[in-house]
Design a binder for this molecule. Structure first.
Ligand code: GDP
Ligand code: IMO
Ligand code: MG
Length: 423
């Protein structure tokens, strides 16, 4: 059996949580492979909205196993809160949630370092979620991090203190106030106690055993391809490989065992935090998109920057991920527009046009070139099948498919599980 991957093709918040929840009944296992509590994945059903940060989005489906893989950076305090918050839904965590012993632990000083680094960057700040993601991955690559398996060892406290000493030296260089540290540490050690009661496993064996036994595994991406540490709009990126290859390293699954790669994108574009965004709208249209799409961060509550769909960026993401099926999200948000713009190319300062995202283009100097198409300008709330789509929406889907050369197999027309049209 091969493992399928679902990931975002833009700058995150494409609707991954919703889609994983919708697809989960077709799978036996859902596994997160990178990122951490910087993610905010929203699911809606039975009139309730849930936002998950570290727990995979298959958790609400009975009999589906959820694995947090080795590629994830995990905050025990946030995990404890997430699990406690879900108590009233009677989820069998002991049976359905597994955490890799090789996942990296976010400790309180990682969050302080994140804040110190951001402050020192002034107006060049990344706009990080301040969850300690960058500093934790730095320590992982620097081979000094603590891993989940370490909490089971007797010398955990010593290892923790050695790392905190290193961090304190850096924090004092940045003249960072440590007043909150004791309180953060108390919550951390309480959460670590709780953490010891979870299923801590060698998740690479778990995942491969499931695949070998013919069970279906879905890898759930976090963030989006344009935030990938290697291929995103560096330095305005997150600190992990958000792309399909990250699912191999973040779960221990060989490339030859990858099946479908579902690439999901909004019918328009959003971004939180700093960095280039060629199709960004600074006018009333952008404001209307934000309002209609309720574009405020699921993790930080920050307003998301909004703009038209960007085909050169999508083509790039499709290429680096080997996307086999596309899912278009939030089509209903475009209901309000009489005309819709599609960015087909970028215009360079010398007047030439390209549809590629090259190193030099990763700046603010590219101008989007738009094709304008008529909007459907009608509600999609009664639409139950693709055949019932207004002609203009079908044309929009067809135009994107022709440009992107990958079939659009799902169109989402609202946040609820049920507002999902399969083709
Ligand atoms: P994720 O990080 O990719 O899981 O996405 P987020 O949950 O951060 O952001 C997506 C937001 O859009 C959430 O508030 C979802 O409830 C909402 N959403 C998902 N699909 C649709 C859709 O088709 N239409 C509308 N209007 N909202 C949607
Ligand atoms: P989901 O999984 C949108 C952005 C931050 C910032 C940059 C670096 O919900 O799609 P970090 O805290 O990772 O060091 O921040 O990445 N970012 C996200 N933007 N959705 C996310 O996750 C994001 N996770 C990080 O805003 O610009
Ligand atoms: Mg999100």
């Amino acid at each position: 059996m091969k493992m399928d991957i679902l990931l975002g093709l833009q700058w995150g918040d494409e609707g991954k949580g919703k889609v994983v929840d919708v697809l989960a009944p077709q799978y036996d296992v859902v596994a997160r492979f990178q990122g951490g509590p910087n993610a905010g994945h929203t699911l809606e059903f039975d009139g309730i909205k849930h936002v998950l940060h570290q727990i995979p989005s298959g958790i609400f489906r009975e009999n589906i196993l959820n694995i947090i893989g080795n590629g994830v950076v995990l905050d025990p305090v946030i995990l404890k809160k997430e699990i406690e918050g879900l108590h009233k839904f009677n989820i069998a965590f002991k049976k359905n949630l597994f955490v890799s012993k090789k996942a990296t632990i976010i400790i309180p000083t990682h969050k302080l370092l994140d804040a110190a680094y951001e402050k020192s960057k002034g107006d060049k700040k990344i706009g990080s979620t301040l969850k300690g993601i960058g500093p934790t991955y730095q320590d992982k690559i620097g081979r000094v991090a603590l891993r989940v398996g370490d909490i089971l060892a007797e010398d955990f406290q010593e290892k923790y203190e050695a790392l905190v000493e290193k961090h304190k030296t850096i924090l004092s260089f940045y003249e960072f106030d440590l007043a909150q540290l004791p309180e953060l540490e108390q919550a951390f050690f309480e959460a670590v106690e709780f953490f010891r009661t979870l299923n801590l496993v060698d998740s690479e064996y778990e995942v491969n055993d499931h695949l070998n036994a013919g069970r279906k595994v879905l890898a759930e991406g976090a963030q989006g391809s344009l935030l990938d540490i290697d291929f995103g709009s560096y330095p305005f990126v997150t600190s992990s490989n958000t792309m399909a290859a990250g699912a191999c390293t973040g779960l221990g699954v060989a490339p030859s065992k990858i099946g479908e790669v579902y690439g999901i994108f909004k019918a328009y574009c959003t971004r939180v935090g700093s960095g280039p965004f060629p199709t960004e709208l600074f006018d009333n249209t952008g404001e209307a998109m934000r309002k209609e799409g309720n574009e405020f961060g699921s993790t930080t509550g920050r307003p998301r920057r909004c703009g038209w769909i960007d085909l050169p960026a999508l083509k790039y993401s499709i290429m680096i991920n080997g996307v086999t099926q596309l899912f278009m999200m939030k089509a209903d948000v475009l209901n309000i527009f009489e005309k819709i713009n599609i960015c087909t190319h970028y215009e360079l300062p010398d007047g030439s046009r390209v549809d590629r995202l090259t190193y030099e283009l990763n700046t603010d100097n590219v101008k989007p070139v738009y094709k304008t198409v008529p909007g459907w300008h009608t509600s999609l709330s009664e639409v139950a099948s693709y055949e019932q789509f207004p002609k203009e929406l079908k044309d929009y889907v067809k135009l994107l498919e022709d440009e992107l050369e990958v079939p659009i197999k799902m169109v989402s027309v609202g946040p609820d599980r049920k507002q999902t049209i399969m083709r």
